[in-house]
Every structure is written in structure tokens, then in C-alpha cells.
Design a protein around this ligand. Structure first.
Ligand code: RIB
Ligand code: CA
Length: 303
């Protein structure tokens, strides 16, 4: 079992990642924390509550975090549709506890098992936890980050990737922090495109219905934006790294991130280094066994 905290900004691919983590039976999820990103914190939190209930895991504590990046205004991703989940969630008020960083520190400090921190959105909450108590956070087993692109075109200005573009200062703090950090960038996930048909094999109709509706909405939006036909699913592949790291090839890299709005905000450059010491314990996924993920994803979702 992987003892984990999942930090997330649902978002449709976050939703599939959360369902993968919860239905796989591979994780002991100590908490879920929400961050503003794809949608404002009210929506990402209401979506997280919806997803925990959908998976029958209302027992997992949910703590809310950053309403905006450390220093910048929030940038959201409307591509995720109404409410951030293509309108499949009924409108509902979200209870904002604003204590995700403090609760993350508390769980990491008090856990008898080392915690893996899976970060699927902007890294604001993770950075704030590090700023709050670096000593406690040094006990984290591994920070697993969906983010960045190393040589790809990116999905935000300056060839950057959304999560790191939204809060580059937070990402800089995380990449400099001396805890093993595995980064799953866009280009590892992009070759694999999904359609709602893939999810028709979901056995639980209560999950199949909203998932196929989310995917159809996502697919139509991306198609209308003249992006490729089919949906790349970044966050589920990031969760899959924690489940099956042997399906990935990682390289130790010294990662730096741009902080200048006009030239390189959020753009990551990663210098390949010979060992993890000089990489500052940062590792970047270079490739994934795509067929292994396509085979395992639906199997794990079906528990
Ligand atoms: O760039 C892709 C990432 O940004 C994913 O985590 C997606 O959910 C959005 O948060
Ligand atoms: Ca996300």
C-alpha cells in the first residue's frame, strides 16, 4: 500500500486520476487537498467532494488550500467545462477549510509510514507546506508532480505547462527542496489519446455514466479548439507512476523554471546530470510503457 496525500485541482483528468487512485486499492489516502487551478477553489473543492462521494470514500478527509498562486493572480483552464467537470456535478456550495498546507505538515509529521505526496495541480499548497515546516516535509518519501515539459511545445505561453505556469514560484520552491521529486511532463502522456468509448468498459454504472459524460464534454471542447481528436490524460498517468514506476523511464535532472512573465514564465529546463545528488533529487519521466497504462488503467478503475 502507498501512503499518500493527493493534492488536486479537479478538472476532468484529475477526476479520472482520483478515481484511479481510490478504485485501484493500491493507496492508503490519508487526505485529499484542493488547490485553485483548472477552476477556482470553490469548484475544485466541490468537485473533489463529488468524486469522493462517487467513489464511496466520504471517509477520506478533504482539506482546502490555496485560492490563488503564491504571488500571482489565478489563471484557470476553461477547457474543463462548466464547474470544471463538464457540468456533470450538480451546483453545490463548497466548505473551504483553508488548512491544506497545515494539515499536510501534520499528516507527514505524525504518520508512522512515509507519505507520498501526489500533486496534480499547481504546486501552491505543496510549496506552502514546505515554507510552513521544512523539517517535517523533509520526511516525505516522494513528491510526484504532474507538470512541466522538457523540449515539447507546452500548453501555455513560453512553451510552459499549465500547472507550473500558474504558480512558477511554488514550483521553484518544490524543485529546490531536497526530497525525491518525480516529474511526469506533458510529452510522456501526449502520445496516448482517449475517447469516451474507452470508459464504456467500466463495470460500475454509477461511475461509468458521469465519466463518459465528462470525457464526451472534454473531447468536444478539445475538438472545437482544433486540438487533436482525442484526450491526453495527464493526471491519471501521474497516479500510475506511483502505482507502477517500472513502466516509466526516469532521468535525474537539475530543473530550473522561468519566472519572467514576458519571456519564460513557467518554462522548465532540465539539465541531465549523472546522479541524483547533483539533480537535487529531481527526476523527470522520459518515457512510459503506453500499452501497459492503456491495459492497466481500466483494470484498476474496475477494482
Ligand atoms: O497541463 C496539464 C495539467 O494542468 C493537468 O494537471 C490538468 O488537470 C491541469 O491541471
Ligand atoms: Ca490537474
Amino acid at each position: 500500500m502507498i501512503d499518500a496525500i493527493i493534492d488536486t485541482d479537479p478538472g476532468i483528468d484529475d477526476a479520472l486520476a482520483i478515481l484511479l487512485a481510490l478504485k485501484s486499492g493500491r493507496f492508503r489516502v490519508h487526505a485529499m487537498t484542493t488547490v485553485a487551478g483548472n477552476s477556482p477553489i470553490e469548484d475544485t473543492t466541490a468537485n473533489a467532494e463529488f468524486l469522493l462521494a462517487l467513489a464511496g470514500r466520504g471517509d477520506i478527509p478533504l482539506y482546502t488550500g490555496a485560492r490563488k498562486p503564491l504571488q500571482r493572480d489565478l489563471v484557470t483552464a476553461p477547457v474543463h467545462g462548466k464547474g470544471g467537470l463538464a457540468g456533470v456535478r450538480q451546483d453545490r456550495p463548497a466548505s473551504l477549510t483553508d488548512d491544506a498546507p497545515a494539515k499536510t505538515v501534520e499528516i507527514v509529521r505524525d504518520s508512522t509510514q512515509p507519505i507520498t505526496l501526489i500533486a496534480l495541480g499547481p504546486l501552491t499548497n505543496v510549496a506552502q507546506a514546505i515554507l510552513l515546516d521544512a523539517e517535517a516535509m523533509s520526511r516525505v518519501q516522494e513528491i510526484v508532480v504532474m507538470g512541466g515539459t522538457f523540449g515539447g511545445p507546452g500548453n501555455m505561453p513560453h512553451g510552459s505547462e499549465f500547472n507550473l505556469y500558474v504558480d512558477p514560484e511554488a514550483a521553484d520552491i518544490v524543485f529546490r527542496f531536497p526530497v525525491r521529486t518525480a516529474v511526469v511532463p506533458l510529452e510522456v502522456c501526449d502520445p496516448l489519446k482517449f475517447h469516451s468509448d474507452y470508459f464504456k468498459a467500466l463495470r460500475d454504472e454509477d461511475i461509468r455514466r458521469p465519466v463518459t459524460r465528462m470525457m464526451s464534454g472534454f473531447y468536444e471542447t478539445l475538438l472545437s479548439l482544433k486540438q487533436e481528436a482525442g484526450v491526453a490524460l495527464y493526471d491519471p498517468i501521474t497516479v500510475y507512476y506511483a502505482i507502477n514506476p517500472s513502466a516509466f523511464k526516469l532521468t535525474p535532472r537539475q530543473i530550473s523554471i522561468g519566472l519572467d512573465d514576458s519571456t519564460d514564465r513557467g518554462r522548465t529546463t532540465g539539465t541531465a546530470v549523472i546522479d541524483s545528488e547533483s539533480s537535487g533529487l529531481n527526476f523527470v519521466a522520459e518515457s512510459l510503457d503506453l500499452q501497459a497504462f492503456r491495459r492497466d488503467f481500466i483494470k484498476l478503475l474496475n477494482g
